[in-house]
Every structure is written in structure tokens, then in C-alpha cells.
Design a protein around this ligand. Sequence first.
Ligand SMILES: [Zn+2]
Length: 573
Amino acid sequence: MKHCLRIASCLCCVVLCCFVLTLTVFAQDSTERAAEGIAAKVIRPDELRAHIRFLADSLLQGRAPGTPGYDIAARYVATELEGMGLRPGVSGGWFQSVALENAVTDAAASSLVLTINGKEQKLGDAKDYVLSTWFASPAPKSETRAESDVSAPMVFVGFGVTAPDQHYDDYAGVDVHGKIVVRIYGAPSSFPSTERAYYSDNIVKAKNAVAHGAVGLIDIMLPEDWKRYPWDWLVPQIQVGEMRWLGKDGVPHDFFPAVRGTALLSQQGAETLFAGAPKTLDQVFDTARAGKPQAFALPASAHIHTVASQKVIQSSNIIAELKGSDPALRDQYVVYTAHVDHLGICPAVDGDNVCHGALDNASGTSAVLEIARAYASLPTPPRRSVLFVFVTGEEMGLLGSDYFAHFPTVPLKSIVANVNIDGAPGSYFPMKDVVALGAEHSSLADEVESAAKVMGYDVSPDPMPEEVGFIRSDQYSFVLQGVPAVDVEDGVKSTDPKINGFDVIKKWLVTRYHTPLDNMDQPIDFDSMAKGTVMDFLVGYQVAQHSGVPEWNKGDFFGTTFGPRHAGVPAGE
Ligand SMILES: [Zn+2]
């Protein structure tokens, strides 16, 4: 309809055009209905459960990139895809290799010492602070230890956010050249949630600090954030180390060598640091909550010494392709993604130290596998082509998807949309609604809306905007390259009136998320999951089938910031 009105300058054109459009809409509706019927038959609860049971098995040791467990999972995915009759998506093969540099801090050999008002204060590792790691660049050929050292005065810079579009700059009026900046985790809650999510991104904040000349980063957290991310839960996840994908030149992507030390302080560590500061911690937290920029020099300096062991590991994305049926559109692609990796070995719960990742994201992997099977079962493929991209390294920072988005196997320009599944929707209870993370930024909202209508789902707004889910899974890698993307997630309503969906999901996040308890023994509703998976099938199918391509909303923050990249124009950030 949009296209019709845009070109119409006379009434007859409008009438003719709309008449033709009406016919195609009817034709598409019946094709869509038929496709949905096939998907609903093909996508079976038993099949989903079987995939998840295999992928979440202890044998696979939590599917960490660079381990045999991940490689077995990747081989399993490729084997399934081959059996469906799909084409391998990487010049005749299934695997896109992704080289990752893995670095783990040697806490015993590293240290953080504060000098406050001339008095030295050594802080306790894992009690007062935890250090991020350090990457050799280019990556070492064999396992090595690399050291980094920085000693500098400290400047507190609020959230450490510079957001011209929000008329907000924490760095205004302070000089942090050669300084270690102390920042509060996140971004002002006074920002609209999208902008808040973007500006709270670690990479964005690190780039900003580097642009201002900082040589070290120390982060503290608001008390309300410590409630969501308790210290004891967070520390082990930082201690396992970090990974970056490597470019062809062996240089780790999104690592900033100018920053020679990075630490997170516990609440106790932050109190020590602010003991002699011109403002108390409570005062700076209040200013942060009020969304006001702030910065001042601290009467203190820090010495951060980081020793890290480093090695390069090889992992892979797994990619399959279904050629579209319309010669005019088959060079355009809808890309489904799901991450195969998980956290590997974790702190034990009840004697089990495997992070099985049954829902996160064996379920999404299984969902995309069954969606691929549904596509392969259609009598006629959709008009556009479809890529099924199973990615590595999501848990380590969206690495596999970011690598794919930088080195896509088809031209970036030809990718019209990404549908990501991180947690197959519907897993927790009989689901009555869906949440479409990111849909509000583009015309993908229309596709979600109409697919939801077919499936009998309501579409609910994101119930936990503070979790900034949109930038926390693989769809964001596509957004950063200007591709409209959506992640259809669990809703909060159940068809069973006795179930409070919001409570169920909240409880899952604090009891099972990223622990060995995300396993096959938890209650999982496979019937509801199968239906939620059909919903995701339909969203992508409509995009592959409709004449128009998804577009960013006019004036949308992501569309304006990154859209030009999609068209091949380098974008500023
Ligand atoms: Zn996940």
C-alpha cells in the first residue's frame, strides 16, 4: 500500500495499483496460510525436545567455543541441515571458521593498588575488585602470557557517556588525557530505552573513553544494579576470561590497547575509593539517577597490573541456504540466527558443573533447525532466499554473529532482515503473547503483528526494558551493520490464568539463568515452544515473501546511526 501511494500522482494509478495489490495480497495470504499449515505440522514438540536433550547433554560440556563440546554441537547442526536437503552456505561447506583470541587474567599475578590522599591501599581480588583481561595484538601464534601495566590519576566521569543527541556529556569540562576514568555501569535512565541501551554498551563506552584520552577504566555499579547482578554471581563470569574475534590480520576486534587496565569494583571497593572524594558515593548515585552529567577529579591514583594468558582458538558458525523461488528477489536474503555456544563449565550446583544451556540456547538452535526443516518442506520456497546461520561466541560478546555481519557469506546489502532466536519463545508456559525485541524500530513490527494475529498471540511491550535485551543478543550484530532485526521472545501472559508469566520468567532469571540448572530437568513446555517456533517461522516467511523490504522507521535512532552502512556508506558512531 505504501508503495502504491508513493508513486501515485493520479487517481487511476491509485485505483489500478491498489486493485493489483489487493489481488496479490489475497494470493499471498493463501500462500502464507498454506506455509503456516506446513510449518505447524513439521515443527513438532518431540523433535525440539530431542534436539535440546542432545545439545544440553553433559557430554557436550556446555558447548564453550574452542572445546570438543561446541564442535560436536556444530557437527550435529550441520548433519541435521544436510539431512533436510538444504545447501551448505559457505562456498560448498557448512562451516564459516571464526578465529577467537581467548585471554584469561591470572589473578594471583595481577593487582590493583589505590593511592588515596597519598596513602597506599591494596585491594583484595574478587573481594574489592575483579580485573578484566588483556589481549595481545596481533594475537599470539601459540599460548603466551602478556602483561599490561598502568599507573595514573583518576577522574570520576559519571556514566562515562557522551550522547550529543541527548544533549548529555559526562566528559564536559574535564580532561582525562592519560587518566584512569571511574565510571558508573550503564547509562542514564532518563534516556529513551533504545538510546539508553546503546549508550550503556561496553564497547561504545570504551570507545568514548579512548576518544577522550583515558588509559584505564574502573567501573562501579548502582546499588539497584548490584541487586540484579550480584557480585558473587558476576565475578566467576568475569574470571573465566574474555574472547574477541580476530580479523584476517590477527588483530582482535573491539579491543582497545590504549586502555591498559580495566577493573570492576564491588560496592565495598567503591566505598574505599570514594572515602576521600569531594562527593560521597550516595551523592554521585543520586546525580546519576537524576540523569545529570557529572565529573570531577578524585584525590587518588590507581596502579593496575594485569597478567593474562592468551591463546587463539578456532570455532565456527554453521550456515545453510535455501534458494528463493522468485528470480527477481532470490538474490535477497532473510537471515535466521541462533547461538549454539554456551558457557561451558560453571560453578557447580548440586555437584553439577556443566552449564547445559538447555533454554539458552539449545532451544533457539533447535527452533531454527526446525524452522529450516519447515522451509525445506514447502512445495515452493519463498520468493527471497533464506539463510540459517548458527553462531558461536554469543555468550562471549556476540562474537560469531558480529563476525558474520562483518564477513557475510552473501553481500551485506542483500540481507534484508535478521530474525534471531535466543531462547525459543513459549518454553516456560502455555504462552498467550510474544515480545518482539527491536520490532518497534522498523517495519518488521508489521510482520510481527500479522504473524501474531495468525498464531493467536498478543504482542506485548518489553516487560524488562532495564535488561536491554535488544542489544544483548545476536540481532544486535546485524543492527550495527544497518540491517533491520527482531528477536521474538517469550511474552508474559499465559493461556492458563493460574500462571503469572512475568513472575515465572523473573524467577527463572535469578534461579537458573547461566547456571547448571538451565538443564533438561527444569519444566519446559514443548507444545507451547513448538507454537512459538511457528510464529518465528512466519515472521521470516512473510519478509521473504512480501514485495517490499523491511525499512527502518523514519528518524529511528538505529536506522539513522547505522542504516547507511547497510547501503555501503561508512557510518559515523
Ligand atoms: Zn542466549
